[in-house]
Design a protein around this ligand. Structure first.
Ligand code: PDD
Length: 290
């Protein structure tokens, strides 16, 4: 049975309930974080905690994120995911329960803290080896998507548009720039350089993105953080996404057109391999520390 975390307690999912006046439910007034685990070992927990602290502070929710690392580990263990190849922990913090007003509750209320863990797998059919297809979709989000808020309606609409079009991913486009995916960062390999949008208010500063930048530099792959114009996609040699639930995820078709020769390219493969090697090293280091 799934065990979830709610406000200090671990309970069966079927018993977890949040009052209807929770501001997350009524107003989308909350933030979240997704931490990947590999065989029970978290990847870059501290970076995820720092991003959660940033999100909380930007929306002025008073919550100490220090305990989240332990909650995440407990969720993985209590759900029997210690041996799972891949799992994720989702943690959401809302401003709490109070009668609906557009301003914050005048008497502060405790935040609502909810978390769950679940396994994820790469499909056995080598989808990552073949690559995925995407469409471009207008980016209709607000101008502070660097904060990881639970307001994901524009992301959901974009992803649904991709699904309706029979493809796997959406590339969000704002003012002619390919910004990021609906739930992943976006990269293009142009003239041998791996390019991704700089960390401004217009993207979520993905932890995977940051790690892949470091990996690329270590592997001697040239990188550049700059805006990618949509017109550049047609001449890009390779495209890929990065994220906790996609790792390095190749994209070989956009809006019905093949990218390069329509196959996963060498830069994407090198970065994917190096990312998975880093996962292995992280697991080994955790085993030694135990
Ligand atoms: N999504 N951009 C957006 C809009 C995202 O929602 C995410 C993460 C990323 C990648 O960030 P990271 O590398 O830290 O996972 C980029 C999470 C996984 C989600 O919403 O499920």
């Amino acid at each position: 049975m799934d065990v979830v975390y709610l406000n200090g307690r671990y309970v069966p999912k079927s018993e977890a309930a949040v009052p209807v006046e929770d501001r997350g439910f009524l107003l989308g007034d909350g933030v979240y974080e997704v931490v990947p685990f590999y065989e029970g070992v978290p990847l870059f927990m501290e970076r995820h905690l720092d991003r959660l602290r940033f999100s909380l502070s930007e929306v002025r929710i008073d919550f100490d994120a220090d305990d989240v690392a332990d909650v995440a580990r407990q969720l993985v263990a209590r759900n029997g995911l210690d041996q799972a190849d891949r799992s994720i922990v989702y943690v959401q913090v809302t401003r709490g329960v109070a009668p609906r007003t557009h301003y914050f509750p005048e008497k502060p209320v405790p935040p609502t803290v909810f978390g769950y863990a679940k396994a994820w797998t790469r499909p056995a059919d080598d989808a990552w080896g073949r690559g995925f297809a995407a469409i471009t979709v207008p980016d209709r989000r607000w101008l502070r998507v660097d904060i990881k808020t639970i307001n994901l309606l524009p992301n959901a609409l974009a992803f649904q548009a991709a699904k309706d079009a029979g493809v796997d991913d959406a590339i969000l486009v704002r003012e002619g720039v390919a910004i990021e995916g609906a739930h992943q960062n976006f990269w293009a390999v142009i003239d041998g350089v791996a390019v991704t949008h700089p960390t401004t208010n217009l993207i979520l500063a993905g932890i995977t993105r940051g790690v892949v930048l470091e990996i690329a530099r270590a592997e001697g792959i040239p990188v550049e953080e700059r805006a990618i114009q949509v017109e550049e996609l047609a001449r890009a040699e390779e495209l890929f996404f990065t994220g906790a639930t996609g790792e390095v995820r190749p994209c070989v078709r956009v809006d019905g057109r093949a990218i390069g020769d329509g196959r996963v390219g060498p830069v994407t493969r090198a970065l994917s391999r190096a990312f998975l090697a880093l996962v292995e090293r992280t697991k080994e280091a955790a085993a030694v520390a135990r």
